[in-house]
Design a protein around this ligand. Structure first.
Ligand code: NAP
Length: 252
């Protein structure tokens, strides 16, 4: 695959799961790619090697995107090593062990919101500085990862996580309008029931097995099926879509 000059993508949280599939998809389309991860250095290094074999430029940067100074460092490294960012995928997110709201703690809610919401605001801020025509940029695209949990509420499992994704939906709607005239499109993908290790983090690795009879398509989805929607929203094929949502959740 020959790299398409000028297309530079950051996928936050791309050492595994949906982020990894998205990094591979975008590299396959000729983007220069920044893999970002928080802790899994080995997985990020293996993905980096795989992408570099495809003949596109790529870097892997450890940075906790819930921390402002680390986000600043991440974007500076992209500036220096890949050039001006044109595509941001706000994918990094966490899920904590299933609980009810009556058992929730402030520490837990704050941790969830910092990792799933503050991180996206910070990365959007840095991306706008580079993409906006008001700052001499050539425009760009942002795709936020929400969840169908924002609609369904995740009762008895993790209402805090669902609420954090509700915030991502609202961020998408507001920011899309705020930066539309600056050449930036902002869209959102809402996955659900995707086969990744995130469900084990929530305390139920086989959660999709339990729920799949209630999914209209009767199965869980793959990270690649989500990556396809993200790639479309980043592409010129979706040039008249901003503030839009694609649910990738088998009909739920
Ligand atoms: P996953 O398998 O748990 O992977 C999460 C990735 O995010 C990992 O690469 C992890 O890095 C990284 N990460 C977490 N916190 C980070 C931070 N503060 N800074 C930088 N990287 C961080 O997740 P997934 O299932 O692929 O989900 C991806 C996105 O889709 C998330 O936003 C999730 O909420 C959303 N989503 C998933 C599903 C689903 O069914 N799987 C459904 C709806 C929405 P390390 O491993 O290096 O720590």
């Amino acid at each position: 695959m020959k790299e398409i000059m000028d297309r530079v993508a950051l996928i936050t949280g791309s050492s595994r799961g949906i982020g990894k599939a998205t990094a591979l998809k975008l590299a396959g389309q000729g983007y220069a790619v920044c893999i970002n991860y928080k802790s899994n250095h080995e997985a990020a290094a293996a993905l980096l090697a795989k992408i570099q074999q495809q003949g596109v430029r790529a870097i892997a940067v450890q940075a906790d995107v819930s921390k402002e100074a680390e986000v600043t460092r991440l974007f500076k490294e992209i500036d220096e090593k890949l050039g001006r960012l044109t595509a941001l995928v706000n994918n990094a997110g966490i899920l904590l062990k299933q609980t009810t709201v009556e058992n929730i703690t402030a520490e837990r809610v704050n941790r969830l919101l910092t990792n799933n919401v503050t991180s996206c605001f910070l990365c959007c801020r840095e991306a706008i500085k580079r993409m906006s025509t008001s700052h001499g940029g050539a425009g760009g695209c942002i795709v936020n990862l929400s969840s169908v949990a924002a609609r369904l509420g995740s009762a008895g499992e993790y209402v805090d996580y669902a609420a954090s994704k509700g915030a991502i939906d609202t961020l998408t709607i507001g920011l899309a309008k705020e930066v539309a005239a600056q050449g930036i499109r902002v869209n959102c993908v809402r996955p659900g029931f995707i086969h990744t290790d995130m469900h084990a983090d929530g305390g139920e690795p086989d959660r999709i097995e339990r729920l799949k009879s209630g999914i209209p398509l009767q199965r869980g989805g793959t990270p690649e099926e989500v990556a396809n929607a993200i790639a479309w929203l980043l592409s010129d094929e979706s040039s008249y879509s901003t503030g839009a949502f694609i649910d990738v959740a088998g009909g739920r």
